[in-house]
Design a protein around this ligand. Structure first.
Ligand SMILES: Cc1ncc(COP(=O)(O)O)c(C=O)c1O
Length: 472
């Protein structure tokens, strides 16, 4: 049966006043038409030129929407036979994939595009110093191309490691030598290197409950058994950990600013955690993703800063402080581990390309990084206030937490279902329940990042979310 592929039949109704980009609206409508079966397996999509004319948009916009569908295995390019819907099994696979990471997908996707309102894990897109960075990057690429043809230091450039050591002394009160530092592409590479160096496979780890789901999944992929330990207003309940799994080999924590609740680990708990690690020869992995972006009061020093630091591996990232698109981060290891870490870098996972590192070096050395951090804290403080005032109008139980808000939902509400509905509308809240490993602990709520909410988009975004929550 031939099914009509007019924009009406495919339910493509474009809303020029929406915060959602026109291309995203087209992509979402087509995706839904395929999933609903209105576009059947094997069926040909309208040509890009035809659809562009019918919708009154540029052909490039249609091309990008089709490319995204291809990347999602929903359609394929059949040469002169046009772009066609994939066979059923591929559609099912795409369903499987979205149910595998459904609640988390909004967290990292869509890839390589502007962040959507409420999307976590991204800084302010409009505040990245793009011009300055581009200029420095051009200089770094030139310098690098004109210099060596040998292998780069797998730990990362010494000058950048020294610069990071100086920065951490000021911002996180850590005293470390550049030899303890390796440069990475961010938290994820840091975890890979650290877990490999620690030979963590088959061991047990405390993880925060709730806690960053991708960190949890990283441990699972390496073959680490997870022990979820509840987090309360003082951070990780260390005594629970000691009672439940005193023999754990690792604890993965966000002590500076808990993700996603935003609390800092109290000093009593810090001591208890460090004591446990020292006494039981366990390792603490400090995920300091948000540590430098403390909006409420002064940031506590890093866990790797004081007594007991020889059991702490500090994992830093420039994803939130600068941009995840740069792919830059670092690890600071205790001296006893540094050599093993360097070996893993050298053999398996070297530092990212030299020109990115040299760009960051100049950016930090000239004082731009510290200035940018200061400006971002001010900006996020304003955005968080604005967002809280708006969101409280329709979800009165909302609280500020870190660089976002947590909106508690009543018992019967299903946060994952709301997140799915919001995604179709081009919003990207995250479901609090997805951050729990143990379903019996899980709380229902929406995590709403404020980093990309501002006066231009907040009204429309909040109105849409309010409607979704009300209808649910
Ligand atoms: C708590 C936490 N840690 C780490 C990361 C990831 O950092 P990276 O982009 O460096 O892999 C995120 C990203 O959102 C995060 O929320």
């Amino acid at each position: 049966m031939t099914v009509s592929t007019t924009p009406e039949a495919l339910s493509i109704q474009l809303d020029g006043s929406s915060v959602v980009h026109i291309g995203d609206q087209i992509h979402t409508s087509l995706r839904q038409a395929i999933i609903d079966g209105r576009l059947a397996p094997g069926q040909r999509l309208p040509s890009g030129r035809d659809l562009a004319t019918q919708l009154g948009v540029a052909r490039g916009t249609i091309r990008v929407a089709y490319d995204r569908l291809i990347a999602e295995n929903l359609v394929y390019g059949a040469g002169s036979a046009g772009t066609r819907v994939c066979a059923q099994p591929l559609i099912e696979r795409s369903h499987d994939q979205s149910s595998f990471d459904g609640p988390l997908a909004a967290f990292t996707r869509p890839y390589s595009s502007a962040p959507q309102p409420f999307q976590m894990g991204v800084p302010a897109n409009d505040a990245f110093p793009a011009k300055l960075w581009t200029r420095m990057r051009a200089r770094a690429v030139r310098a690098d191309s004109n210099s060596y043809t040998t292998y780069a230091d797998p730990r990362g450039e010494l000058a950048l490691r020294s610069q990071i050591a100086s920065h951490l002394a000021v911002s996180r009160q850590m005293r470390c030598h550049p030899d303890q530092i390796i440069i990475t592409s961010g938290y994820r590479q840091g975890m890979m290197v650290v877990l490999t160096a620690l030979r963590a496979h088959g061991r047990k780890a405390w993880i925060e409950e709730p806690g960053y789901p991708l960190g949890r999944r990283a441990l699972e992929l390496i073959g680490v058994a997870l022990e979820p330990i509840l987090v309360d207003a003082e951070g990780l309940r260390v005594n629970d950990g000691i009672a439940r799994a005193p023999d754990a080999y690792l604890a993965l924590v966000t002590p500076g600013q808990h993700a996603p609740l935003g609390v800092a680990l109290s000093s009593a708990r810090r001591h208890a955690l460090l004591n446990w690690a020292t006494e039981s020869d366990a390792w603490i992995i400090e995920d300091d993703y948000l540590g430098e972006l403390q909006l409420d009061g002064r940031a506590a020093p890093a866990l790797a800063a004081g007594e007991g630091a020889e059991r702490v591996i500090h994992v830093g990232s420039f994803s939130k402080t600068l941009s995840p698109a740069l792919g830059l981060g670092f690890v600071v290891a205790p001296l006893s581990l540094a050599e093993r870490l360097v070996e893993v870098c050298a053999m398996l996972s070297p530092a990212p390309n030299r020109s990115s590192q040299l760009t960051l070096l100049e950016f930090m050395a000239d004082g731009h990084f510290l200035r940018h951090l200061r400006q971002m804290k001010d900006l996020y403080t304003v955005r968080r206030q604005l967002a809280l005032a708006h969101v409280k109008e329709f979800m009165p139980d909302s609280l500020a937490a870190g660089l976002g808000l947590i909106a508690q939902l009543p018992g019967l509400a299903n946060d994952r279902a709301i997140v799915e509905l919001a995604r179709v509308e081009g919003l990207a809240p995250s479901a609090l329940s997805a951050w729990y490993l143990d379903r019996t602990h899980a709380k229902n709520g929406l995590l709403l990042s404020v980093t990309n909410l501002h006066s231009d988009n907040i009204n429309a975004a909040c109105e849409k979310l309010a409607n979704i929550v009300a209808a649910h």
